[in-house]
Design a protein around this ligand. Structure first.
Ligand code: DLL
Length: 441
């Protein structure tokens, strides 16, 4: 079967992707003023910070004044857990999602129905940008649930008029069976999982190049141009980069168009800045730094100058597609120690919090991340006290089980846990080297 690569006519929701820059700035400024007023009126932490800086929403005279506003960081969500940053009453909130925090508790994000509609529109525009249309059969293999990937792509694809298979993550053989039997044309999952699907398809005697599958919508973790080449050569599809984060909405904050030249930010909804992560000073387009995003439409949980910790730059040139939305360079690293394992965010401090809950362990551990046949693996080596180490085999097994359970409860990831004798793990002079990441992308 041949892969149909015809580019569909522009979807009406995408018209705003092409707004003249001056008009786009007008839209951004009007929305920013409303957003800041809303946060000032309803979010205690934001109001307190504005008061400390002797700032009022009316001090925003132009869009560029955004640099005067205080930043928001991930720990603000932790410190106000679960609902402290909400600007809407519970009677207007219709959905929560959650993502990893830096300790035992997740960070929580809330949406009103209008927020969900806006997010759906952003995902619709994302899918339309890479040529997905009604008539497509879309397999959503991102996780459904508290993670934003599954439900985010689900509603966007439905709104586009595509037929959605809400299969969620995992169960690889079933994924491949449905892909083949239903004639799936679009797959949405993490790029590493898709590499795994290619490997397994080969083992099962399925030639992906002969399937109607033509488009992959890949994100939620860093990936490289090399991975794109491997994916495209191994499956005959076109692979597109989708970016997003729970704090801002979920997937669909930025998305590549058919030219595959870096994700366009939906700037009418999410205002981007790049700052130097050390000095916090704004950087011009083209310079690499930390991406800071301000939600321009969100009601339930406005985010003002949220420090994403993702390192990138804003492309100074216009894309050949004609969109006026700026593009970010592919995100390859972060300015903090967050790891992404099978699409799940993990902070080493969460592992530490989990270990502390189990008696007999020492505060020395090492996290070893690897990739086997496209799938990330996680091993945690933990030093245990001399007493615990000389205990019976069954006592050691019990302890190992408790550790696996504790880590799984806090992180959502089930690691292999290896107990080691005191003083086995290498000590470093300065900062302990907690993470060994052996993945080559
Ligand atoms: O990963 C939302 C998402 C779902 C995006 C599905 C794309 C597809 P979080 O779990 O909050 O949300 O993780 C957000 O993941 O700050 C980045 O560090 C990383 N990330 C997301 N997309 C990309 C990407 C979702 N395309 C964090 N490239 C972000 C590199 C990405 N990193």
């Amino acid at each position: 079967m041949s892969k149909n690569r015809e580019i569909p006519p522009m979807h009406p929701a995408s018209a705003v992707d092409y707004l003249p820059p001056a008009q786009l700035r007008d839209v951004q400024f009007t929305r920013l003023k409303d957003m800041v007023q809303r946060a000032f009126d309803h979010v205690t932490l934001f109001r307190k910070r504005m008061d400390e800086q002797k700032l009022k929403p009316s001090d925003l005279r132009t869009l560029d004044d955004i640099v005067k506003l205080p930043f928001t960081v991930k720990t603000d969500l932790r410190d106000t857990y679960p609902f402290g940053l909400c600007a809407s009453p519970m009677s207007e909130i219709v959905r929560f999602h959650a993502s990893s925090g830096t300790t035992g508790k997740p960070i929580v994000v809330a949406y009103t129905q209008e927020d969900l509609n806006d997010w759906t529109r952003a995902v619709l525009r994302s899918l339309a940008a890479c040529g997905v249309h009604n008539g497509d059969i879309v397999q959503v293999a991102y996780g459904y649930g508290l993670f934003t990937g599954g439900l985010g792509l689900h509603y966007g694809a439905e709104a586009l008029g595509a037929s959605v298979i809400p299969i969620s993550g995992g169960n690889t053989d079933r994924q491949l069976m449905l892909m083949k039997d239903f004639g799936v044309t679009v797959i949405c999952c993490t790029p590493s999982y898709f590499l795994h699907l290619i490997d397994r398809a080969t083992e099962m005697g399925i030639n992906m190049k002969e399937l109607p599958l033509r488009t992959g919508v890949f994100g939620a973790e860093p990936w490289t141009e090399d991975m794109r080449e491997r994916i495209e050569a191994g499956s005959g599809i076109k692979a597109y980069d989708i970016y997003g984060l729970s704090e801002i909405a979920g997937p669909g904050v930025a998305m590549e168009c058919v030219h595959q030249a870096g994700p366009h930010i939906f700037e009418d909804m999410f205002y981007p800045e790049i700052i130097d992560p050390k000095t916090l000073e704004p950087l011009p387009d083209g310079m690499e730094g930390e991406l800071v995003l301000t939600t321009l439409c969100k009601r339930a949980m406005p985010m003002i100058r949220y420090r994403t910790r993702d390192i990138t730059s804003l492309e100074p040139t216009r894309c050949v597609c004609g969109r006026t939305l700026r593009r970010i360079r592919r995100i390859g690293r972060r300015s903090d120690d967050m790891l992404i394992i099978r699409g799940v965010n993990l902070f080493p401090s969460q592992i530490e919090a989990a270990l502390l809950k189990v008696e007999g362990t020492l505060p020395h551990y090492q996290i070893i991340v690897d990739r086997q046949r496209g799938l990330d693996t996680l091993e945690v080596q933990v030093e245990v006290t001399a007493d615990a180490f000389s205990d019976t085999v069954s006592a050691m097994e019990q302890m190992q089980k408790r550790l696996v359970h504790s880590i799984e409860t806090i992180t959502g990831l089930r690691p292999a846990v290896k107990l080691v004798a005191p003083r086995t793990l290498q000590r470093s002079e300065g900062k302990a080297k907690r993470v060994i990441d052996k993945r080559i992308m």
